[in-house]
Design a protein. Structure first.
Length: 630
């Protein structure tokens, strides 16, 4: 009897039962499909040994006129510029006190210092740098005081605590992504208050790395605003911290999502911090708050979505779009001689995200989608409604591929290709039944254009952080998924490889080798693909499987002896248990695998867990003979 050739349908299908999916793949992890066949995903490696503080949710790459390649990186605690595998803190300063407004007090035998500042406006986890302080008289010297600190807790509106630490740069005590100082314990001689010249430079308030909902007791973040303070939700301080950014020439314009707008001058160097655009020289009615900031590629206007209006600076209008004069980051006052102006969207309650394509900018509200286009004088921009009744899962849940825009909605995936369409998805229920909707703001869309893929990273039902991904291959029109903790992603382009931020507060280059570079040394990646069960024959008769001819390639494997395990299982009924299993290892030279299995149905699983192993499956062949008995 001739060998039975098995060529499975590409992609993972979980929308129907495993038995109904006969001839297809039903499960997998760390695999992709290319030309219809499954192969193992490539691996990743650390981008240097440095870590950053906070959880990264957004990144932006650009190149300066001097050909310096930078990546802007926003976390819930800081904003950094990555350069040469090091992270440079450019977090803006929100307030610098006058001399004498700050005093310290210490307790003998404790490293906790109480800082008094009647107008500090700080929340727990904020950062402040002290200068011009003098010794408290004992171990708390001037050098100990005059450095950057993270605020431990807020006592009330006029005081907070820090932990006195040994003298070190903040980057030296950023260990595995955590603020890890070596405490300095005060003694009985520390009776001073730091002197009359202390100055404190407060960085903008930190945000949250988890979404918080509700009112009353338990609303907001614990200890953010002081013991006994009212449980209120501040849109900037007490929501998930996201950043939006774009490059203005060789410089950077960036903003806290629904917060302040800032500018960083690359020519001033990496020791320079971002400053509010409203504080720049010549600034005229610049917005002070926005949902998102963007620089239009063709006409070079700076656009603020969800901005404060001209006649009420400081009060956000979540549906207002403002744009500066062409080629200007400071002139926002519309006149007869410039192209500054504004638009207001008429549907929805707030702008969620704007995405630039080659032809237009798509603007998402919470209920509708709009197209914004450059018209030229006298109107500059125009906007029209494309669709209503759509949803979007998070501000980062959408991504553009040329003139197509893909996004994850609530229980649906969408694509815009001139019109809005729902994407048929063979893993829809699997994804949305396992998504933590309370943390859905963390969903992050990404492109991997080298493989024609759109990725969505999301938190699974039992996780508060992104730990899973789902992929749509738009070239082959198939879906697959897996497990991987990533919070932000950049496709290759300016960078040689796709770049991702992980929950361990590190950056990783992807599509390199076949191993997990998050450990030192690198560890193996376990990758597998599992088929749905298939009937061995027609009717009720049993059949024998006596051998299998594997078709697998190990191209680009970095180990000298790559192997893959094939597990064949048989059972008698669609809902019955698999009664017999045979696991066999295949190498590059394996011609056939002898089996001894009997049943009515079987499934096959291909898996590898070795270092440096890359593989791609072809068609499998089985020697199947009918038993004749029922």
């Amino acid at each position: 009897m001739p060998l039975t050739k098995l060529q499975f349908r590409p992609g993972i299908n979980r929308e129907i039962t495993s038995y109904s999916n006969e001839g297809g793949w039903f499960d997998g992890d760390k695999i992709r499909f290319r030309a219809g066949f499954p192969e193992k995903l490539r691996g990743w490696e650390r981008l240097g040994d440095s870590t950053f503080l906070g959880t990264c949710r957004n990144m932006h790459p650009w190149r300066t006129l001097g050909l310096e390649t930078y990546v802007g990186l926003g976390t819930h605690l800081k904003y950094y510029i990555e350069d040469g595998r090091a992270f440079y803190d450019i977090t803006p300063i929100r307030e610098t006190t006058a001399a004498g407004e700050i005093t310290f007090s210490a307790t003998d035998g404790s490293s906790v210092l109480t800082v008094s500042d009647s107008t500090n406006g700080a929340v727990a986890d904020d950062f402040v740098t002290f200068t011009d302080a003098v010794s408290l008289g004992g171990t708390i010297t001037a050098d100990v005081l005059n450095q950057e600190y993270q605020i431990s807790s807020v006592i009330d509106a006029g005081s907070y605590t820090i932990v006195a630490r040994e003298v070190a740069s903040l980057s030296d005590i950023t260990i595995d992504g955590s603020y890890t100082p070596t405490p300095v314990v005060a003694n009985s001689s520390d009776t001073g208050d730091g002197g009359a010249s202390v100055v404190g430079a407060y960085q903008i308030n930190t945000g949250l790395d988890t979404s918080v909902f509700g009112t009353g007791w338990g609303a907001g973040a614990w200890s953010r605003n002081g013991w006994g303070s009212a449980a209120t939700i501040d849109l900037i301080k007490d929501t998930l911290r996201l950043w939006m950014h774009d490059n203005f020439g060789e410089d950077l314009v960036f903003n806290v999502y629904n917060g302040g707008i800032y500018y960083w001058d690359s020519s001033a160097g990496l020791a320079n911090r971002g400053v509010a655009i409203s504080d720049l020289a010549g600034s005229d009615l610049a917005p002070t708050v926005a949902t998102q900031i963007m620089v239009s590629d063709v006409d070079r206007h700076v656009i603020a979505f969800g901005a404060d209006p001209l006649d009420n600076i400081g009060e956000q209008d979540p549906l207002l779009i403002r744009f500066s004069d062409q080629e200007s980051i400071t002139d926002w006052n519309p006149t007869a001689t410039n192209t500054a102006g504004d638009l207001r969207i008429g549907s929805g309650s707030k702008i969620i995200r704007a995405v630039e394509t080659r032809q237009q900018t798509l603007v998402f509200t919470d209920t509708s989608l709009h197209a914004m286009q450059y018209l030229g004088p006298p109107f500059t921009f125009g906007i029209s409604k494309i669709s209503e009744g759509i949803t979007i899962q998070s501000p980062n849940a959408t991504v553009a591929v040329d003139d197509r825009v893909f996004w994850m909605g609530r229980n649906e995936f969408y694509v815009y290709e001139g019109t809005v369409n729902r994407l048929p998805c063979t893993v829809r229920d699997y994804v949305f039944d396992d998504l933590n909707f309370f943390q859905a703001e963390k969903v992050h869309a990404a492109t991997n254009t080298a493989n024609s893929e759109v990725w969505w990273f999301y938190p699974s039902a039992n996780s508060s952080e992104n730990d899973r991904y789902v992929i749509f291959n738009y070239l082959e029109q198939v879906w697959y998924y897996g497990n991987l903790p990533r919070t932000a992603w950049l496709d290759r382009g300016i960078e040689e490889y796709p770049l991702a931020a992980s929950t361990d507060k590190r950056l990783y280059n992807h599509e390199i080798g076949f191993d997990d570079g998050s450990t030192v040394p690198a560890s193996a990646i376990t990758a597998f693909v599992n088929s749905s069960p298939m009937d061995l024959g027609d009717g009720e008769a049993f059949s024998f499987i006596s051998r299998m001819l594997p078709d697998v390639g190990f191209r680009d494997s970095t180990t000298g002896d790559p192997v893959i395990d094939f597990t064949t299982r048989v059972r008698n009924f669609p809902n019955g248990n698999f009664l017999r299993t045979s696991t066999n290892t295949a190498t590059e030279t394996t011609g056939q695998i002898n089996l001894r299995l009997r049943g009515r149905q079987f499934s096959v699983r291909a898996e590898s867990d070795g270092l440096g192993v890359g593989w791609r499956l072809g068609s499998l062949r089985y020697d199947i003979k009918p038993d004749g008995r029922r």
